[in-house]
Ligand binder design. Structure first.
Ligand SMILES: [Zn+2]
Length: 70
C-alpha cells in the first residue's frame, strides 16, 4: 500500500475588532476591525502608531500609542 503524501496546513486568523480605552472619556470602545482599518492611513497595523483616531463614544481625537495583538 502506498503512503499518502502529507501537506502542512496554515490557519489564517482574521482580526475581528479593535479595542481601546479612550484617554478622554475613559470608555472601553470596541470597533469593527475593517471599519477601523478603513480610517487608517495605512492598512498595515504595525504602522498605525501615532495615527489619529476619533473616539466612537465621545468624538475626541487621540493618537494611537502601542498596537498590541491579542
Ligand atoms: Zn472618548
Amino acid at each position: 500500500m502506498q503512503e499518502l503524501k502529507k501537506a502542512d496546513i496554515t490557519i489564517e486568523m482574521a482580526p475581528k475588532y479593535v479595542k481601546y480605552e479612550c484617554p478622554y472619556c475613559g470608555n472601553e470602545v470596541e470597533a469593527d476591525y475593517s471599519d477601523f482599518e478603513d480610517e487608517r492611513m495605512s492598512d498595515y497595523w504595525p504602522e498605525w502608531e501615532g495615527d489619529t483616531v476619533i473616539c466612537d463614544e465621545c468624538g475626541a481625537e487621540f493618537r494611537i500609542g502601542k498596537v498590541e495583538v491579542d
